[in-house]
Structures are given as C-alpha cells and as structure tokens.
Design a protein around this ligand. Structure first.
Ligand SMILES: *[C@@H]1O[C@H](CO)[C@@H](O)[C@H](O)[C@H]1NC(C)=O
Length: 129
C-alpha cells in the first residue's frame, strides 16, 4: 500500500511526463501552423517562357533569341495559403488582384535587330478570393 504522499508523488511524475510529451507535440503543431501561415497570399517569384506570354501574331517565336525564360511575379495558389492555419483548413484561393507591365529584353541572333524590348504582364497584388 502506498502512502497518500507517495500517491501524490507518482501522480505528479505522471503529470510531468505527460506534460513533456504534450509540449513536444504542441511545439510541432505550432511549427506546422506557423509554416502554413507564412505562405502569404502575395506575388511570388516564378518563371515563364517568354513566347508563352506573347500575342499570337508576334513574330518573336520564329526568330532565334535568348533568354527563353525570365522571372515574373505571380499569384500562385499552391504557394499561398488562404484559410485558417490553426485548423489547417483552406477557405479561399489566392488569385490575382491587380496586374502591371514588366519590361524584359531579349537578344536576337540577327544583324538587323539586335535586341527587343518585350512587355510582359506581371501580377502586382494578390487577394484571397
Ligand atoms: C521598354 O519599353 C517600355 C515602354 O514600352 C519603356 O518604358 C522601357 O523603358 C523600355 N525599356 C528599355 C530597356 O528600352
């Protein structure tokens, strides 16, 4: 038979032990929700093929040029989280709010036209919608 003071001691130990396990899991949950919360709905750096952004009548794809790819800012659904990061439930989708021009230059392998200034459309602001 354990004396009441011993029972109290065992209970206290169990409580401490459970507390350590719990705080480990709590800190992981906290890290997870912090990581999710950092995925702000804002334009993110990504890249596009220049020729995929041109009008259909543009003659650039018929020419030799570089670079073929440039960086642009885009509202990316999978890189942004619109929802409750504690419950980890998406509520909305991060979509483009405003757009604006981005000028890029390509070099042509051509004696007549050495370079060309191209205007791409970039996402300037995003919104959870
Ligand atoms: C490219 O063209 C835009 C206007 O269409 C102009 O504002 C910009 O300065 C030009 N950039 C270069 C490098 O010529």
């Amino acid at each position: 038979m354990l004396a009441p003071s011993n029972i109290l001691g065992v209970a206290l130990l169990l409580l401490l032990f459970a507390g350590t396990c719990l705080s480990d899991e709590e800190s992981m949950l906290w890290e997870q929700r912090t990581a999710l919360g950092k995925l702000q709905c804002e334009p993110k750096e990504t890249w596009v093929y220049i020729d995929s952004q041109l009008a259909s009548y543009d003659d650039l794809p018929d020419k030799d040029y570089y670079p073929h790819v440039v960086t642009v800012l885009r509202c990316l659904k999978s890189c942004s989280f619109c929802g409750n990061s504690i419950w980890g439930v998406p509520r909305k989708t991060c979509k483009v709010d405003t757009k604006g021009p981005k000028h890029v230059v390509v070099r042509l392998y051509n004696d007549v036209e050495l370079s060309r200034n191209i205007t791409l459309i970039e996402h300037k602001t995003c919104k959870c919608m």
